[in-house]
Design a protein around this ligand. Sequence first.
Ligand code: IMP
Ligand code: MG
Length: 176
Amino acid sequence: MKEVVHELFSEEQVKERVLEIAEELNKEYAGKSLRLICILRGSVFFFAELAKRLEMPVTIDFMAASSYGNGTSSSGKLEILKDLDDAIEGLDCLIIEDIVDTGNTLSMVKKMLLARNPASVKICALLDKPARRETDVDVEYIGFEIPDQFIVGYGLDYAQKYRNLPYIGVLEFIEE
Ligand code: IMP
Ligand code: MG
Protein backbone atom coordinates (compact mmCIF):
# COMPACT_ATOMS: atom_id res chain seq x y z
CA MET A 1 0.00 0.00 0.00
CA LYS A 2 1.23 3.44 -0.90
CA GLU A 3 0.47 6.30 1.48
CA VAL A 4 -0.47 9.71 0.07
CA VAL A 5 -1.17 12.82 2.11
CA HIS A 6 -3.62 15.41 0.75
CA GLU A 7 -3.49 18.86 2.26
CA LEU A 8 -6.67 19.72 4.17
CA PHE A 9 -5.63 22.91 5.99
CA SER A 10 -2.54 24.80 4.84
CA GLU A 11 0.20 26.00 7.14
CA GLU A 12 -1.19 29.53 6.70
CA GLN A 13 -4.76 28.48 7.56
CA VAL A 14 -3.60 26.71 10.71
CA LYS A 15 -1.54 29.71 11.74
CA GLU A 16 -4.53 32.04 11.33
CA ARG A 17 -6.81 29.77 13.31
CA VAL A 18 -4.25 29.43 16.11
CA LEU A 19 -4.13 33.25 16.34
CA GLU A 20 -7.93 33.43 16.53
CA ILE A 21 -8.07 30.88 19.34
CA ALA A 22 -5.31 32.70 21.19
CA GLU A 23 -7.33 35.92 20.97
CA GLU A 24 -10.35 34.17 22.47
CA LEU A 25 -8.22 32.75 25.27
CA ASN A 26 -6.61 36.13 25.94
CA LYS A 27 -10.10 37.56 26.53
CA GLU A 28 -11.42 34.59 28.51
CA TYR A 29 -8.42 34.38 30.85
CA ALA A 30 -7.54 38.08 31.05
CA GLY A 31 -6.36 38.92 34.56
CA LYS A 32 -5.78 35.26 35.40
CA SER A 33 -2.87 32.85 35.15
CA LEU A 34 -3.17 29.72 33.07
CA ARG A 35 -1.62 26.24 33.40
CA LEU A 36 -1.40 24.77 29.90
CA ILE A 37 -1.47 20.99 29.83
CA CYS A 38 -0.05 19.48 26.66
CA ILE A 39 -1.26 15.98 25.88
CA LEU A 40 1.70 14.23 24.27
CA ARG A 41 2.63 13.62 21.59
CA GLY A 42 0.18 14.83 18.98
CA SER A 43 -0.50 18.28 20.36
CA VAL A 44 3.08 19.51 20.75
CA PHE A 45 3.14 21.82 17.71
CA PHE A 46 -0.34 23.22 18.36
CA PHE A 47 0.54 23.67 22.03
CA ALA A 48 3.78 25.52 21.28
CA GLU A 49 2.31 27.84 18.64
CA LEU A 50 -0.72 28.66 20.80
CA ALA A 51 1.29 29.16 23.99
CA LYS A 52 3.49 31.76 22.27
CA ARG A 53 0.42 33.90 21.47
CA LEU A 54 -1.01 33.97 24.99
CA GLU A 55 -0.63 37.17 26.96
CA MET A 56 -1.59 36.13 30.50
CA PRO A 57 1.02 34.49 32.79
CA VAL A 58 1.34 30.90 31.53
CA THR A 59 2.94 27.80 32.99
CA ILE A 60 3.19 24.51 31.11
CA ASP A 61 3.10 20.83 31.93
CA PHE A 62 2.92 17.60 29.95
CA MET A 63 0.94 14.40 30.15
CA ALA A 64 0.82 11.27 28.00
CA ALA A 65 -2.18 8.96 28.17
CA SER A 66 -3.97 6.34 26.15
CA SER A 67 -7.42 4.93 26.57
CA TYR A 68 -8.76 1.45 26.15
CA GLY A 69 -12.25 0.11 26.63
CA ASN A 70 -15.61 -0.25 24.99
CA GLY A 71 -16.43 3.39 24.68
CA THR A 72 -18.16 4.47 27.85
CA SER A 73 -16.21 6.53 30.32
CA SER A 74 -17.23 4.28 33.18
CA SER A 75 -15.91 1.10 31.59
CA GLY A 76 -13.07 2.67 29.60
CA LYS A 77 -9.61 2.49 31.10
CA LEU A 78 -7.09 5.28 31.07
CA GLU A 79 -3.43 4.43 31.06
CA ILE A 80 -1.22 7.29 32.19
CA LEU A 81 2.09 6.90 30.38
CA LYS A 82 3.43 10.14 31.82
CA ASP A 83 1.72 12.13 34.52
CA LEU A 84 1.98 15.87 35.10
CA ASP A 85 5.10 16.96 36.95
CA ASP A 86 3.35 19.57 39.10
CA ALA A 87 0.19 19.78 41.18
CA ILE A 88 -2.76 21.70 39.72
CA GLU A 89 -4.73 22.41 42.89
CA GLY A 90 -6.35 25.84 42.73
CA LEU A 91 -5.14 26.51 39.18
CA ASP A 92 -7.04 27.38 36.02
CA CYS A 93 -6.05 24.62 33.61
CA LEU A 94 -6.42 24.29 29.86
CA ILE A 95 -5.88 20.88 28.29
CA ILE A 96 -4.37 21.11 24.80
CA GLU A 97 -5.19 18.11 22.62
CA ASP A 98 -4.58 17.35 18.95
CA ILE A 99 -7.90 15.74 18.04
CA VAL A 100 -11.13 14.67 19.73
CA ASP A 101 -12.21 11.43 18.14
CA THR A 102 -14.31 9.08 20.32
CA GLY A 103 -13.84 11.49 23.22
CA ASN A 104 -12.88 8.62 25.54
CA THR A 105 -9.35 9.78 26.30
CA LEU A 106 -10.25 13.39 27.01
CA SER A 107 -13.26 12.63 29.16
CA MET A 108 -11.14 10.39 31.38
CA VAL A 109 -8.21 12.81 31.48
CA LYS A 110 -10.57 15.63 32.44
CA LYS A 111 -12.20 13.56 35.19
CA MET A 112 -8.79 12.64 36.57
CA LEU A 113 -7.62 16.25 36.61
CA LEU A 114 -10.84 17.49 38.23
CA ALA A 115 -10.20 15.07 41.11
CA ARG A 116 -7.04 17.09 41.90
CA ASN A 117 -9.09 20.19 42.83
CA PRO A 118 -8.02 22.69 40.17
CA ALA A 119 -9.89 26.02 39.98
CA SER A 120 -11.09 25.03 36.49
CA VAL A 121 -10.36 22.64 33.64
CA LYS A 122 -11.25 23.46 30.05
CA ILE A 123 -10.28 21.77 26.80
CA CYS A 124 -8.82 23.18 23.60
CA ALA A 125 -8.46 20.80 20.65
CA LEU A 126 -6.98 21.52 17.24
CA LEU A 127 -9.40 19.15 15.50
CA ASP A 128 -12.79 17.67 16.25
CA LYS A 129 -14.36 14.63 14.54
CA PRO A 130 -17.88 14.76 16.02
CA ALA A 131 -19.16 11.88 13.87
CA ARG A 132 -16.96 9.47 15.82
CA ARG A 133 -17.99 10.54 19.33
CA GLU A 134 -18.73 7.77 21.84
CA THR A 135 -18.32 9.70 25.08
CA ASP A 136 -19.73 13.19 25.56
CA VAL A 137 -17.06 15.67 26.48
CA ASP A 138 -17.25 19.46 26.49
CA VAL A 139 -14.57 20.93 24.24
CA GLU A 140 -14.61 24.67 24.80
CA TYR A 141 -12.17 25.62 22.03
CA ILE A 142 -11.94 23.85 18.68
CA GLY A 143 -9.61 24.67 15.78
CA PHE A 144 -11.42 22.90 12.97
CA GLU A 145 -14.36 20.54 12.82
CA ILE A 146 -13.68 17.77 10.30
CA PRO A 147 -15.49 14.78 8.78
CA ASP A 148 -14.48 11.20 9.62
CA GLN A 149 -11.14 11.04 7.83
CA PHE A 150 -7.73 9.96 9.02
CA ILE A 151 -5.64 13.03 9.67
CA VAL A 152 -1.86 13.44 9.80
CA GLY A 153 0.54 16.36 10.11
CA TYR A 154 1.00 19.29 12.47
CA GLY A 155 1.66 16.78 15.26
CA LEU A 156 -0.71 14.00 14.23
CA ASP A 157 0.73 10.68 13.16
CA TYR A 158 0.12 7.45 11.35
CA ALA A 159 2.40 4.78 12.90
CA GLN A 160 4.50 7.66 14.32
CA LYS A 161 5.08 9.14 10.85
CA TYR A 162 4.08 12.55 9.41
CA ARG A 163 4.00 14.43 12.74
CA ASN A 164 6.45 17.04 11.41
CA LEU A 165 4.39 18.09 8.36
CA PRO A 166 3.76 21.84 8.67
CA TYR A 167 0.15 21.47 7.42
CA ILE A 168 -2.84 19.28 8.29
CA GLY A 169 -3.52 16.52 5.77
CA VAL A 170 -5.74 13.52 5.07
CA LEU A 171 -3.96 10.20 4.70
CA GLU A 172 -5.01 8.03 1.79
CA PHE A 173 -3.93 4.45 1.13
CA ILE A 174 -3.49 3.47 -2.48
CA GLU A 175 -3.13 -0.11 -3.79
CA GLU A 176 0.08 -0.55 -5.69
P1 IMP B 1 -10.18 9.42 21.46
O1 IMP B 1 -10.87 10.75 21.35
O2 IMP B 1 -10.12 8.90 22.85
O3 IMP B 1 -10.75 8.42 20.50
O4 IMP B 1 -8.66 9.53 21.07
C1 IMP B 1 -8.12 10.57 20.47
C2 IMP B 1 -6.69 10.23 20.13
O5 IMP B 1 -6.63 9.29 19.05
C3 IMP B 1 -6.00 11.47 19.64
O6 IMP B 1 -5.36 12.14 20.69
C4 IMP B 1 -5.04 10.93 18.60
O7 IMP B 1 -3.82 10.58 19.23
C5 IMP B 1 -5.70 9.69 18.07
N1 IMP B 1 -6.42 9.98 16.79
C6 IMP B 1 -7.75 10.01 16.60
N2 IMP B 1 -8.07 10.31 15.33
C7 IMP B 1 -6.88 10.48 14.70
C8 IMP B 1 -6.53 10.85 13.33
O8 IMP B 1 -7.37 11.07 12.43
N3 IMP B 1 -5.20 10.92 13.06
C9 IMP B 1 -4.24 10.70 14.00
N4 IMP B 1 -4.52 10.39 15.28
C10 IMP B 1 -5.83 10.26 15.62
MG1 MG C 1 -3.38 12.14 21.27
